[in-house]
Design a protein around this ligand. Sequence first.
Ligand SMILES: [Zn+2]
Length: 65
Amino acid sequence: MSGDTIIAGLTALQADGLACVVCGADYLDVRVPHLPVGRSVTGSQVFACVGCDPDARRAAGGVLR
Ligand SMILES: [Zn+2]
């Protein structure tokens, strides 16, 4: 998945990049490392916790080619 992946069906928080698109963790409440995984249908960058998204985990240095 690239950073240009469009992700649909998100909640308002997820679409604003304020919550994990995988588990829904609210980043204003939960301090967890997260990385951009794509964009919402409105063009906002959206995020997933490093532990939630395989691509995010890879980008964080878990597995590098
Ligand atoms: Zn998450």
